[in-house]
Every structure is written in C-alpha cells, then in structure tokens.
Write a protein that binds this ligand. Structure first.
Ligand code: DX5
Ligand code: ZN
Length: 224
C-alpha cells in the first residue's frame, strides 16, 4: 500500500490557515487531518463544522476528520454537510460503535475507528470489515507536539497481520509524534497513512517540511 502523508491542521498558523493548507498540499499532503475536540473526551477544544466548511474551498485534498468528542453521532450530519470525506470515531467514546460507523456511512462519509494507546487492537476485530481505516493513536489524544509512545508500533504490526489474515483492505493510520526521527519506524511497522502536525507546520515552511517528511517515509517503505 502506498504511503500517504496527512498534515494535521492542529499545528498550523490559524491566522493564515488557507495558505498553510495549500502549502501542505503542494508538499505532497494526500488528505487533510482535522482534529475535532470537545473539552470532555479530551481536555482541549478545537474546530467545528463552520471552520471545516470555510477551508473546504481552498483545497482538493480529502478531509479526514478525527472526532475526539464524547457523543460523535450528534455531529455526523453537520460535518458531512461541511464537506468531510472520512470520519473516525474513538472506540473509547462509542458504546454502540457499529451503529456510529453505520451512521457515518449513511451520511456519505467513509467510516473509521480510532484507538488510544492503551486500547488493544483485538477489540476492533468485529468492525474491521466495515472501516476505511483504523487510526492508531501514538500519543494520548488532546494536544499536538507530544512524544511518540513506542509500544504503539507493536499495535500497528498486529493490525497489519489482522488485515492480511482477514483478507481485508482497510488502511492503517498513525497519529501523534510522527516526525523525522520516528517516521521510519512507523512505516516499517506497517502504517500507510501518516498524520503529522508539528513536524509539518511548526516553522512556516509547510511545503518543504511535508515534502521532506514524505520522502523519508517513502524511503523507509519496505514495499517501495
Ligand atoms: C492529537 C491529535 C493529532 C495531532 C498530532 O490529539 O490527534 O492529530 O495533531 O500532532 P503532532 O504531529 O504534533 O504529534
Ligand atoms: Zn488526530
């Protein structure tokens, strides 16, 4: 599976968001990662559908919406309407996960599931056939710029094995602490969608940073 880079706007300069997004796209960004936080599931607040709608016209990248909220079902219609393409919900936030994933699909988006670092991959087996991707958190969600948690590499490997054993095609996304130092290890473990916030946007050179990080990732790809 080809390796894709997904710039995360959480680390962008919000005062010039459209320019930041365009720069990340020129640098090879394949989809835009949008972190939605509600101040309850995680101790931080970020973006709503109005912001998503405002940036939709500035890029052709698919929008990958990572819902870090306690009741994601309530927001599905509004984010679908705002132009989200892929929506991921946390296993830890969804007591009726199957229903949540179906709801996302009913609204024309690709459903995906996210797990926190301390949540085991095996719990996802029943829903793997219905997801576009699995997002493995490699930091505890809520903030950008945190340090990568190494044991999450094992979980990426387990998912890759499950995908093969179950004959499925879902993608494996990793989020948190992905940078020049850690990117080769996540690719080597089997991730094929790499979210990067700080590593892309931290110094106003999103195009160059994205291009260089993607090149490092592709260099580490055993399938390339
Ligand atoms: C963290 C978010 C991430 C965040 C990653 O809760 O889910 O998407 O933007 O940021 P970095 O790449 O800085 O670790
Ligand atoms: Zn995220």
């Amino acid at each position: 599976m080809a390796i894709d880079l997904l710039p995360s706007i959480l680390a962008a300069d919000f005062s010039r968001l459209a320019d930041e997004v365009k720069a990340a796209e020129r640098g090879g960004g394949a989809a835009l990662h949008i972190d939605v936080m509600d101040g309850h599931f995680v101790p931080n607040l970020t973006f709503g559908p109005a912001l998503v709608k405002a940036i939709r016209k500035h890029t052709t990248m698919p929008f990958d919406c990572h819902m870090m909220v306690q009741h994601p079902d309530e927001f599905v219609p509004a984010f679908a309407d705002a132009g989200v393409d892929w929506m991921s919900v946390h296993y830890e936030a969804c007591p009726h996960l199957h229903r949540s994933l179906e709801l996302i699909r009913d609204y024309g988006m690709e459903p995906a599931v996210v797990i926190n670092p301390a949540t085991a991959v095996d719990l996802l087996v029943p829903v793997l056939p219905m997801v576009h991707h699995v997002l493995v958190m490699s930091v505890n969600p809520g903030f950008g710029g945190q340090r990568f948690i190494p044991y999450t590499l094992t979980k990426i490997g387990q998912l890759k094995e499950l995908r093969q054993n179950m004959g499925l095609t879902f993608r494996i996304e990793v989020d948190g602490g992905v940078d020049r130092d850690t990117v080769a290890s996540v690719v080597d473990a089997g991730a094929d969608m790499l979210v990067a916030g700080t590593a892309v946007f931290n110094n106003g050179r999103a195009e160059e940073e994205a291009r260089e990080l993607l090149a490092l990732a592709r260099k580490a790809d055993p399938a390339a």
